[in-house]
Design a protein around this ligand. Sequence first.
Ligand code: PMT
Length: 399
Amino acid sequence: MERLVNKRILLGMTGGIAAYKSAELVRQLQEAGAEVQVVMTAAAQEFITPLTMQALSGHRVHTDLLDTQAEAAMGHIELARWADLILIAPASANFMARLAHGHGNDLLTTLCLATGAPIAIAPAMNQQMWADSGTQKNLLILQEKGITVFGPGSGDQACGENGPGRMLEPEEIARLAAEIFDYELLTGLHVVVTAGPSREAIDPVRYITNKSSGKMGFALAEAAAEAGARVTLVAGPVNLPTPARVNRIDVVRAQEMYERAVEVVEEGCDIFIATAAVADYRPAVTADHKIKKSTEEIHITLIKNPDIVAAVAEHPKRPFAVGFAAETQNVMEHARGKLENKKLDMIATNDVSGENVGFSSDNNSLTVIWPGGHKVLPLASKRQIAKQLIELIGIRYKH
Ligand code: PMT
């Protein structure tokens, strides 16, 4: 079931008494970590209301192909592209016939024509309808098209008959849906990434910060999600959109970043990647009002901030801990020192004395060090570097 983490499932519902089981199916899929949007045919709405499915899925239910309002929010082509899987449960005999023969006469069939995602159906119908030669021919056509068929089960039917045609139970459908997806490098793992700068207030309008844009950390969060992980991104004040399938927690001060990071580690985290450029010191006192210009000199006393990645590496629920080192001289020596002092499993060091790597740049180059080895990731875009680093982390984690 962990293969469903971050997956986007478009649940299509057609007319049938088994539609009530789809409500439970939404819950099962969500509990396994998937995001679910629901599309209902007109017949499905006779059995269960779109409002119920909206409340359960947390998304507006899609019902019409020609609804201008719905198209303005997310057009049917966008919806077809959004899905990692289109799962139709229940799939009626009528729907199977329309799908087999390439009809696009309602939203659900159109989505099936327009998608590049895999399609799976969970048939549900009276046993005579299932046994009918037309339905069986349609079943073969659908299988030839590469559509996966879950079930149907056999047993007592709502119409009082007994035989094959019952929709499988929601737990079974969710389990089979998970099997459609491959295991990826970080499937089943929770990855936490810190990113961006911290901002330490001197007074209500002034603060101490640094040049970190958050680009490196956000690229790592995106790459980890693409590698199948559940990702939490603890972000300092940056101006970047949240990567898809990433849970973002915004913070400002180092102390806040420390508290949120420790909370997520306590909840359970497998890999912690500290990309943030955290202020080592903060003003001992933050003035309540803007400091007025008066004397020739003013003195601000700075006190030490907690070291987030070192605290995580010492936590009883210690995850695999990866630090970063931004250095301007003796790069390898300083980075090795941080690897040891902070008790890390790995450190990625960047020489930030140059213009086109490190802080704010779109590119980076890293030397990744771990006890007994190192690897150079030559200059490339931060997104490419992030993919390479995530692969290295995944391999070292499983080592
Ligand atoms: O954000 P970008 O513009 O994309 O730039 C990326 C980057 C240059 C910020 C990034 O690649 C990087 O090098 N991040 C670490 C920057 C840094 O502050 O390094 P450091 O040598 O001061 O800290 C060493 C490690 O300890 C880091 O993992 C840091 O997150 C962590 N740390 C530091 C201080 C502190 N109080 N708590 C920490 O967790």
